[in-house]
Write a protein that binds this ligand. Structure first.
Ligand SMILES: *Cc1c(COP(=O)(O)O)cnc(C)c1O
Length: 411
């Protein structure tokens, strides 16, 4: 969203207030032009013969969003059988879907195998189980390089205590199993964690994977996961994708030469592709001054956007009803009956009851982590593209809350 002379606007000059009035609030709004911009930016940053960007479905799995990425040429990275099913419904061919789950059952692995998607194995026991049952199926291996990267313990998945992947130190054990079962390893994978700030840290982690890749002689791809950071506020460091792409492509092409094959380079960005495209629009219920602060209480809460409370994530908040008003200091809070804060001590144009506020960078892990806590309804999702707006998910109603409840007749 951008501030123009006339106020805040989405792409093609769409006024977010008109969307609030048309659909009611709260709503998640996704600006598909920004999906496209981010996808192309990432694609153009890498100069390698075969590049595949597999969009990480868990960031935002609305089927229309998946369809949008399909027509851009993306593949999908899925972490559950349900994400696979939605991806197939969105029209992705199975071989454009990669399944990278963690600690799932053999049963779920079998279901994914039956769908024909690519499989990434996350543990040695699963390698034994799955490999014994499907010795002919090409598989990928997810390794943990034990590189700590990322801003938050809850989202850093590459460090030594992380549950993810097979430790690179267990490579000899892996090779014994692969040889004994005569497995076809088509890919190796790392996902070091979210919020990689430093190009060189990322490059260091990749060297570990190159070393690992050398041990397998029939690879088809190397998958470097994700961790691409976007700016959540002014002055934030963002992954310098062009610089990373330039340095990394050189190294990757060189590795392929050493390896003797043009491998496919894969990434699985989630946040990078969809975060900035999403705006969460809410309305102010109450403005309350205490001796400590001025609170603006809105018609939403951690049930709809949990990142601030769960990860201490910063989401920029603006008053789109009063874009040029005098700034005052507010804490923006939700309506959930426990501490429920979207932002503390923010400078925001003066807020009156009824004003619409926009919570920015809400495309990734926003709606997806929404719940019905406090028996609240999950909001609608709107997609805007080429000057039009589309309802892509209805808001829930009371029936949705009661749908799966069985009323037993004993009291
Ligand atoms: C979550 C996840 C991603 C996406 O991470 P972002 O930080 O959203 O880019 C990619 N790969 C795997 C295996 C994941 O679990």
């Amino acid at each position: 969203m951008q501030l123009t002379k006339e106020g805040y606007r989405l792409s093609e000059n769409i006024n977010p207030i008109s969307l609030c009035q048309k659909y009611g609030t709260p709503i998640y709004v996704y600006d598909a032009h920004l999906f496209e911009r981010q996808y192309l930016r990432m694609k153009n940053a890498f100069d390698v013969p075969n590049l595949k960007l597999n969009y990480a479905v868990k960031a935002l799995s609305n089927i229309n969003v998946l369809k949008f990425f399909r027509q851009l040429g993306a593949g999908l990275d899925c972490v559950s059988i349900q994400e696979i099913e939605i991806g197939l419904l969105a029209g992705f061919p199975p071989n454009n879907i990669i399944f990278t789950p963690s600690s799932v059952s053999l049963q779920e692995m079998r279901l994914a195998q039956a769908k024909g998607v690519r499989i990434n194995i996350d543990s040695i026991p699963m390698l034994e189980l799955f490999g014994s049952e499907f010795p002919d199926m090409p598989i990928g291996l997810r390794f943990n390089p034990h590189v700590f990267a990322g801003g938050n313990r809850k989202i850093s998945v590459g460090h030594i205590n992380s549950k993810f992947g097979i430790s690179v130190h267990q490579l000899p054990h892996v090779l014994r199993i692969v040889n004994r079962l005569n497995l076809n390893i088509e890919g190796v994978h790392i996902h070091t964690g979210s919020d990689i700030l430093d190009t060189d840290v990322f490059l260091a982690a990749t060297e570990i994977l190159f070393n690992t890749a050398k041990e397998f002689d029939n690879l088809d791809y190397i998958d470097f996961g994700s961790g691409f950071k976007v700016a959540y506020k002014e002055g934030d460091i963002e992954t310098d994708i062009e610089l990373l792409g330039q340095k990394f492509s050189k190294r990757f092409n060189q590795f392929c030469k050493e390896y003797g094959k043009e491998l496919t380079l894969m990434f699985e960005p989630g946040k990078y592709l969809v975060s900035q495209a999403g705006t969460f629009l809410v309305q102010t219920n109450i403005v309350k001054q205490t001796t400590a602060a001025v609170f603006a209480g809105v018609n939403s809460g951690l049930n709809h956007l949990i990142r601030p409370m769960f990860y201490d994530a910063y989401h920029h908040i603006v008053n789109i009803s009063n874009p040029y008003g005098k700034k005052r200091i507010y804490s923006i809070v939700g309506y959930i009956c426990e501490t429920d804060t979207f932002g503390v001590d923010r400078q925001i144009s003066e807020i009156k009851e009824g004003d619409y506020l926009a919570i920015l960078n809400a495309g990734a892990y926003g709606f997806m982590m929404a719940s019905n806590y406090n028996s609240r309804l999950r909001p609608a999702e709107i997609l805007v593209y080429k000057g039009n707006d589309y309802l892509i998910r209805k808001a829930e109603n009371l029936d949705d809350l009661l749908r799966n409840q069985e009323i037993i007749d004993i009291f």
